[in-house]
Design a protein around this ligand. Structure first.
Ligand SMILES: [Zn+2]
Length: 135
């Protein structure tokens, strides 16, 4: 089962006002990483089999999916953890904000607060610690 870890982060706006927030990080165990990778490999190779029946396009799609399968599966296997979302008070509008993050997102990054779309920057807190329970 995947576990969630929490890390303290700082949320900053363009006027240098800062609030404290929490980054939710999804962490995968060894067996989960393997099963996630195998599922992706199966999906890509299934798409390769399906696209065999598409005239002309199959000259490109079938080898593309056959090659993409192991490549994407390997990347998934390598991914031990990824950010899922960031919670905290927006430094501009003072509203509680929960920002959804992409697995490829890394801090520091600019994004928008979920309440009023204010531009905010998510930063690592130098004194921040990673916990398995919310702070
Ligand atoms: Zn805001």
């Amino acid at each position: 089962m995947s576990t969630t870890r929490y890390r303290t982060i700082r949320i900053k706006n363009a006027d240098n006002n800062t609030t404290t927030g929490q980054l939710h990080i999804t962490h995968y165990s060894q067996s989960e990483r393997t099963s996630r990778a195998l599922k992706m490999l199966a999906l890509m190779w299934l798409l390769a089999i399906i696209t065999v029946f598409i005239p002309l396009a199959h000259f490109v799609l079938v080898p593309a999916f056959l090659i993409a399968g192991p490549v994407i599966a390997y990347k998934r296997y390598q991914m031990e953890e990824h950010p899922s979302n960031a919670d905290g008070e927006c430094p501009t509008c003072k509203q509680p904000s929960s920002i959804q993050l992409e697995p490829s997102d890394t801090l520091p990054m600019w994004t928008y607060c979920s309440a009023n779309n204010d531009p905010v920057q998510l930063l690592d807190d130098p004194q921040g610690t990673t916990n398995t329970t919310p702070a």
